[in-house]
Design a protein around this ligand. Structure first.
Ligand code: FAD
Length: 482
């Protein structure tokens, strides 16, 4: 191979041209195997496409498994599509509680189940592999270059799905995007979560019940103490956090303590509290700093939990996020940008491809970029509540401007920072992933059709067949096109 030419004085090198082996040629290539990638792979393969998913981690699930973030903010009865199937199968495996207003599950079980479902559906899974570059012909993406232990290779595809969470592929392909908040690019904080074992959940619940209500989050979906049904989520402990902060025992960023994904029988809870502000989840140096900072916060937090919260005297750390949890980075810009007003106004669309239920409240801003989450006076975390309601998602938010052959799913849809509050939830990501996969299969099968010129009623029909609630207008369009 030609040597690289080093231009030290100009601050770069010129890499030699190289030949890169084409190792696969598929109908649908899913880049990123988080929950949206799992949904996409299932959506595509069940629509008949030869499908492959590429994931940099050793396992599937993304934030749900790598960050151990294990609660969906919607009752299982309101779920549709593969998300519902996954929730019911996790429960069947004794790894999820389906009776409550939210759905807590065991992230280890989700790793296994995701791989089982994809294999059963005939999807090829390639782990330990980074997608590093799009392969472009003009503005059309034709595949991607990957890098792994075997070296650098190319995978070609009739349609590519970007479910990287960060819109890595769309960005590298030149698609329109925004990063963070529209007005100042600030992003929600990053976190490392801890799973604690050895917890006497009953004792902790009794303690919560014995204390004044204002010591805890008022939202009944965030503070659930139904021990007999195995449904527990504890959030607040403001009095303990205030005391520990005043004593210098708790980091400045932590104003409340929150346990979710609770397995009552086994005495396991997930602590979701470290918060790192002002860093960028698409910058490798920032991610490394955030990870280290969050783990330092967790060390102090764990000591406070053990010292002050009854039921946690014998608690120990089972594990923590394998990589720092990134809540927000890039979102594409497509033919429509879904806003919080559209969502809260229950706007409906002729091209609706998903109707999503979840616990929501107008104007609620979880995980503000400024910090102060749960601090005294923060109504969002202290006194506000949510309602179980729904919103629709139009097909136009799935395809980026400027690039053909590419569909996105999960947290990178064409939505505003405020709308992302509701679309970034794992349940919604699974559904939009499935929509992306099913539509990619349709696009791959249609000669000369790009995703943005897809026959929308045909797509809605395919989604209904896959068990997705596409809303009233979507359903009647699907019926008329049948
Ligand atoms: C700390 C935290 C707490 C949260 N709390 C909740 C909650 O309580 N309830 C809820 O419903 N949601 C919650 N969320 C939001 C939710 O978890 C995420 O928005 C959702 O899981 C995103 O799913 P995704 O598949 O779009 O992206 P991700 O989960 O980020 O998955 C993307 C996948 O792509 C892979 N990938 C990325 N780039 C590349 C590349 N270049 N090459 C190969 N692979 C790549 C990643 O490894 C990852 O597996 C939380 C998120 C975080 C971070």
């Amino acid at each position: 191979m030609e040597p690289s030419s080093i231009r030290r004085d100009q601050g770069y090198i010129v890499e030699p041209a190289r030949q890169t082996e084409i190792v696969r040629d598929v109908d649908v290539l899913v880049c990123g195997g988080g929950v949206s990638g799992v949904g996409a792979a299932l959506g595509a393969s069940r629509a008949g496409a030869k499908t492959m998913v590429i994931e940099r981690n050793a396992f599937l699930g993304g934030a749900a498994t790598a960050v151990i973030m294990n609660t969906w903010n919607v009752p299982v009865a309101r779920m549709t599509g593969v998300a519902k199937e996954i929730a019911l199968k996790l429960a069947e495996r004794g790894a999820g509680t389906i009776a409550g207003p939210t759905f807590p599950f065991d992230p280890e079980a989700l790793k296994e189940l995701s791989a089982d479902l994809l294999r059963e559906a005939g999807v090829e899974i390639l782990n330990y592999t980074w997608v590093v570059d799009p392969i472009m012909e003009g503005r059309r993406i034709k595949g991607v270059v990957i890098q792994n232990k075997s070296g650098r290779q190319a995978v070609l595809a009739r349609c590519v799905v970007d479910t990287t969470g960060d819109a890595d592929i769309a960005f590298a392909a030149g698609a329109d995007y925004v990063k963070g908040r529209e007005q100042d690019s600030k992003m929600r904080p990053m976190s490392v979560l801890m799973r604690l074992g050895g917890v006497d959940v009953r004792k902790a619940v009794e303690y919560c019940r014995s204390q004044p209500k204002e010591y805890f989050t008022a939202d009944p979906n965030f503070h659930i103490l139904d021990i007999d049904k195995g449904l527990v989520r504890m959030s607040g402990f403001f009095h303990i956090a205030d005391k520990a902060r005043a004593a210098g025992e708790l980091p400045d960023q932590i104003h409340y303590i929150r346990f979710e994904g609770v397995d009552v029988a086994r005495g396991i809870v997930t602590a979701n509290n470290s918060r790192v502000y002002g860093l960028d989840g698409t910058n490798a140096w920032d991610i490394s700093r955030a990870d280290a900072e969050a783990r330092m916060q967790n060390r102090k937090l764990f000591a406070v939990i053990k010292k002050y919260i009854p039921g946690f005297e014998n608690a120990y750390v089972i594990d923590s996020s394998a990589s720092v949890g990134v809540r927000e980075t890039r979102r594409i810009r497509g033919r429509f940008v879904l806003s919080q007003d559209d969502i809260m106004g229950k706007k409906t669309y002729d091209d609706s491809v998903a109707r999503i239920w979840r616990h929501m409240a107008a104007g609620r801003d979880w995980h503000k970029a400024e910090g102060g989450e749960g601090a005294p006076g923060d109504a969002v975390y202290r006194t506000a509540t949510t309602d179980l309601t729904w919103f629709e998602i139009p097909w136009r938010v799935f395809t980026p401007n400027n690039v053909d052959g590419l569909i996105v799913g999960g947290r990178v849809l064409s939505v505003t920072h405020n709308a992302d509050m509701w679309t970034r939830g794992q349940y919604c990501c699974l559904v939009t992933g499935q929509v992306a996969g099913a539509s990619a299969a349709l696009a791959a099968a249609s000669q000369g059709i790009t995703p943005s010129t897809l026959d929308v009623p045909a797509l809605q029909r395919a989604l209904v067949t896959q068990g997705i609630d596409v809303g009233e207008a979507g359903r009647s369009a699907a019926l008329q096109s049948a």
